[in-house]
Design a protein around this ligand. Structure first.
Ligand code: CP
Ligand code: NVA
Length: 303
């Protein structure tokens, strides 16, 4: 593993290795055991979109590993004024030991990896959010004890979160169902990926069908970053149906978990009641971003 660009590129074994290391790092942190595995290493964090969790967890994570993280907003970088990614990649590779990037196009992340000579970590594109789903998988294992026989359901937009959830959960042996409104389904590429798992994947427009017998329910916002101008059109397509609420939870298996990458819009993709009833799982998921990303950085950047 040279980069973390998508979850497709990781084997099941590589994902499990990351989760095992993340569990170990969480234990060490909770027990005040020093774990300066990246002493003296530097991570550049390029942000072309907003962030709370990703920015803070990467920065704190790098500090806890004995390294240093630089916040690089695209507003300040020359990349924001049109400097090509190929040049930025070659320059940053001469200063840093790793780059984390949050941007729009997946191709920009791929180009950074192609032209640079240091590990690149995808911290969200329009296509996927692998760091988030590693934390989600860690959380599922923590609450459920494993993955075999479990069913994961995603309710909502067939966008970055849906894509990574489908890939990550199928790879680890879970069944996956997704319900999206017409016109907001997952892309062909992910549908093709899912064909490698016959009988394990279901795609529908009906949330109640998708949620039946679920052990973990995921959702995400109706309008993602960069889609703000579509918010009203999207609201009309999602409202009244594509919501994680008590009625939907009633058809899931007993003890079904809820996961939300956050930020959450109560009253839209999830009701306040369901959110609060599952707040423990959702905020553990947010915490696990720290541990999972520390594991990714160690795997990629440790000598
Ligand atoms: N879940 C997530 O990536 O959160 P941020 O946008 O706050 O980083
Ligand atoms: N789908 C959301 C995820 C935020 C973490 C977005 O891209 O804005």
């Amino acid at each position: 593993m040279k980069h973390l660009l998508t979850l497709e590129q990781l084997s099941k074994e590589e994902i499990l290795e990351i989760l095992n290391l993340a569990d170990q790092l969480k234990f060490q942190r909770n027990n005040n055991i020093e774990h300066h595995l990246l002493k003296g290493k530097t991570l550049g964090m390029v942000f072309q979109k907003s962030s709370t969790r990703t920015r803070v967890s990467f920065e704190v994570g790098m500090y806890e590993l004995g390294g240093y993280a630089l916040f690089l907003s695209s507003r300040d970088l020359q990349i924001g004024r049109g400097e090509p990614v190929e040049d930025t990649a070659r320059v940053l590779s001469r200063y840093l030991d790793g780059i984390m990037i949050r941007t729009y196009k997946q191709s920009e992340v791929e180009d950074l990896a192609k032209y640079g000579s240091i590990p690149v970590i995808n911290a969200l594109t329009d296509y996927c959010h692998p760091c988030q789903v590693l934390a989600d998988l860690m959380t599922i294992r923590e609450f459920k004890g494993g993955f075999d026989g479990l069913k994961a359901t995603f309710i909502g937009d067939g966008f970055n979160m849906a894509n990574s959830i489908i890939v990550g959960c199928l790879k680890l042996g879970m069944r996956v169902s997704i319900a999206s409104p017409k016109g907001y389904e997952i892309c062909e590429h992910i549908q093709e990926f899912a064909k490698q798992y016959p009988g394990m994947f279901e795609m529908t427009n009906d949330p109640m069908v998708a949620a039946k017998g679920a052990d973990v329910v995921f959702t995400d916002v109706w309008a993602s970053m960069g889609e703000e101008q579509e918010a009203e059109v999207r609201r009309k397509a999602f409202e009244g149906k594509y919501q994680v609420n008590e009625e939907l939870m009633a058809v899931c298996n007993e003890g079904c978990m809820v996961q939300h990458c956050l930020p959450a819009h109560r009253g839209e993709e999830i009701t306040a009641d369901v959110f609060e009833a599952h707040a423990n799982e959702i905020f553990e998921e947010a915490e696990n971003r720290l541990h999972a990303q520390k594991a990714v950085m160690v795997k990629l950047m440790k000598d």
